[in-house]
Write a protein that binds this ligand. Sequence first.
Ligand SMILES: Cc1cc2nc3c(=O)[nH]c(=O)nc-3n(C[C@H](O)[C@H](O)[C@H](O)COP(=O)(O)O)c2cc1C
Length: 513
Amino acid sequence: MPSGTARRYHDRTTHSPESVRTSAHTLDWDVKPFPFKVYTELPARALPRELDPVAADALAAPAPAGTRTSLETLAALLYYSAGVTRKKAYPGGGEVLFRAAPSTGALYQTEVYVAAGEVEGLEPGLYHLCPGDFTLRRLRSGDVRQALAVAAADASVARRAATLLLTAIYWRNTWKYQARGYRHLFWDSGTLLANLLAVGDALGQAPRVLTSFVDADVNRLLGIDPAREAALELVTLGPEGAPAPPVTTLDEIRHPYMPLSSDEVDYPLLRELHAASSLESPLAVTAWRRGGATGPRAAEVTSGVLVPLPAPRAAAGRGLGETIQRRGSTRQFGHEALTAVELSTALGWATRPVAADVPQGLVDLYLIVNAVEGVAPGAYVYRRDAHALELVKAGELRRESAYLCLEQPLGGDAAAVIYFLAPLDDVLGAFGDRGYRLVNLEAGIAGGRAYLAAYAQGFGASGLTFYDRLVVEFFAPHAAGRDAIFVTALGRSAAGGRVTIGTTLGRPRRPPA
Ligand SMILES: Cc1cc2nc3c(=O)[nH]c(=O)nc-3n(C[C@H](O)[C@H](O)[C@H](O)COP(=O)(O)O)c2cc1C
């Protein structure tokens, strides 16, 4: 049963024209958090830099599962999901190291850890990835998969070759976005997962996402400070082998790391929601999964006019590794149209099933179509069952779309804008407060996949934030009972219809030092 914490949090962190205009928040650049977590007393182990370029077509079906997991495979998975793919210097001396997956404000609060068991070339242990120098540092030696399996109430965790653990460091994001940053933890781990799932599938690793586990036990295993950083998702990888041996004792660990900044602000609202949505025991994990199995699904049945979409493309003609290497959020869309096949492929890709411990389909995709060949401008909802667009209202809506996206021109200039909406109260009724994590994560993964499908096809995308209630009112009455969760815009870059990209491209085999 929901405690009301998630609903309260959601309502207190909505954006409105008034809240944006009256916000007194300013960015304190003196305490901007450092973008990398660097353990100061652990030796760094360099990951291979001669990477598998993941040449499989970016839109191909998953490769057959069962391929062994090697250190080289692991390096490719880590690089193409969390690695530094390009650098940009700014006037005044600032430099941003952009990563493989998009992230709100380029703040990169998602950290990645690896519980390695049967990884060829890597001793069993628990490791932390530092994308800055592309190294692993070992936090624990010995196989921890069995302890993780108990915390996740899932015996397969002890048999798969490795598990990646995604966490978030709150302050990296709340520095800019305050308590609203809790939503971003799931949007951004979702976009990272979109890449990880695609690369894992392409490399025959059969990645599977676990959203449920005993939070405190996983945090303790990682040795992270739960007031500042928390585990969000686990991803099991690689072939199943014999189960890892049981772990008798796990010492407390608290390896020192470089402070992120000289000062930080605590946002109790965020911590309260994380605590309220935590699971306390393996039994609670199992019960939660069972409870959600009968949960709500986004409604598919209405009587609007259906506009059929052509079949999605089965191939992009561009490799997945190259697609990720070239990705970068579009900073200005031109008004050039997308084809119906391009939109169809992006929608089909965004909503492909995710191998996970929970069912998907909790989030609906509403759209504003500004310029798509063969689809009249207007507002629609995507009907997955029919792979069609259902008309909500017809007309030119560029001005409205920009306004809904926090008055950002990107929302009006894009060819199509996906608004992810969820029947939040129903989801919270079925999954409790943890359902809040689920809807934001599902939208983040779908948004990340839309990005990949766009870049694979040679056009661009950008995640966007939005005026919560105005979005729901705009799609009313169709969207009654739903809340706005996330937005992704699609279109051709104003820079000649090509993707907007950085400078260090074309040689995916060598991540920058
Ligand atoms: C969840 C999410 C929300 C975003 N929201 C906005 C936004 O409101 N406005 C904007 O201009 N860019 C937005 N972006 C784009 C980020 O600023 C961009 O991902 C980040 O600067 C990293 O750059 P890159 O995507 O080019 O690698 C968003 C990205 C994500 C993943």
